[in-house]
Write a protein that binds this ligand. Structure first.
Ligand code: KG4
Ligand code: ZN
Length: 321
């Protein structure tokens, strides 16, 4: 089965073609990130305008890369939620028009669940049930997966998402946007034990990241930090955020008695998180999986993959009218 996936939940416009749920034939993504960086965050109007202008061209490019004709598409899968309304609607309208014109079915897909599915776009042997951690700019959630149609929320953030905290701390430090990669970069060589930042709740599976962001703000108040202190600050913040993600992911595995842990979302691109979680999971006898960096970020291949997987197992949503 050939599935065309469409993703437009935030600043990206993605179109992908995935065959038989796991083989990526094309995965084209355009981002309006540069246009947002001077504003310190995504401006919804700028994102949706660019998506409207670019989606048709990105679709054509995906067809060319996949070397298929539109008539060969068996299913159109599109992100329906959660996301910026003005951005989602562009992808949904395009998907509906395409499915209607081709006479093919359409399936709406949950963006957060598709971040977990990104792990299945590799030849790894992933067994369910598993615990999944989705850690992105908009979400920080732990899930228990019996399969992709039975996903139970174990914990989620009570305030800022982890990626959002990286973005806000980077803004406070004057680094720019998006904050995650910039913090990771300047944290290299910094002393991660220099400043102690506590992240909330040791026994809960919920998260809270707004306190640590505020702690960074107060730490910098009335200081003119040199580059060494900024390095240490970035490293210390990153260390605390990563530690809480590692601790709670392993706690969730222990509570649910599972041996498979799937990670997804933009923050999963963080090298320190990848290395620490891999090592701690291994020590606890848990198999931990991360997508490649490009599939951690928003993309349409994960949407096409999950759409195909769910459709094959009977999922339908009356989405045509
Ligand atoms: O999944 P994603 O592309 O979009 C959402 O669904 O939100 O995630 C974007 C988020 C941003 O907050 C960005 O700062 C963060 O992922 N991010 C990182 C890294 N790369 C991206 N956070 C920490 N370290 C990174 N290397
Ligand atoms: Zn995302």
């Amino acid at each position: 089965m050939i599935v065309l996936g469409i993703e437009s939940s935030c600043d990206e416009t993605g179109v992908a073609v995935v065959k038989n749920e796991r083989k990526i034939l094309a995965n084209v993504i355009a981002s309006s990130l540069k246009l947002h960086s001077r504003h310190g965050g995504v401006v919804p109007e700028i994102a949706s305008r660019m998506q409207l202008e670019s989606i048709a061209g990105i679709f054509t490019e995906a067809m060319q890369i996949a070397k298929i004709k539109p008539a060969q598409i068996d299913l159109v899968a599109v992100t329906t939620h959660p996301g910026l309304p003005g951005s989602l609607i562009t992808g949904i309208a395009f998907a509906k028009a395409l499915a209607l014109s081709l006479g093919k079915p359409i399936l709406g897909v949950n963006h957060i669940h598709s971040h977990i599915y990104a792990n299945l776009l590799y030849p790894e042997k992933i067994k369910l049930p598993a615990v999944a951690l989705v850690v992105s700019g908009g979400h920080t959630s732990l899930f228990y997966l019996k399969d992709f149609s039975k996903i139970q929320v174990l914990g989620q953030t009570r305030d800022d998402a982890c990626g959002e905290a990286f973005d806000k701390v980077a803004k406070i430090m004057g680094l720019g946007y998006p904050g995650g990669p910039l913090i990771e970069k300047i944290a290299r060589g910094g002393n991660e034990h220099k400043i102690k930042f506590a992240c909330w709740g040791n026994t809960e599976l919920d998260f809270s990241f707004s306190g640590i962001k505020t702690a960074v703000l107060y730490y910098l108040k009335d200081k003119k930090p040199g580059s060494k202190l900024l390095k240490d600050l970035a490293a210390s913040f990153q260390e605390s955020a990563v530690n809480v993600l590692v601790k709670k992911s392993l706690l969730a595995c222990k509570r649910k008695k599972v041996k498979h842990l799937l990670i997804g979302g933009g923050v999963a691109a963080n090298g320190v998180l990848r290395q620490k979680l891999m090592a701690s999971a291994k020590a606890a006898g848990i198999n931990c999986f991360f997508p490649n960096i490009d599939l951690c970020m928003d993309n349409a291949a994960m949407v096409a993959g999950l759409g195909g997987y769910l459709y094959k197992r009977g999922a339908r949503n009356d989405f045509k009218n």
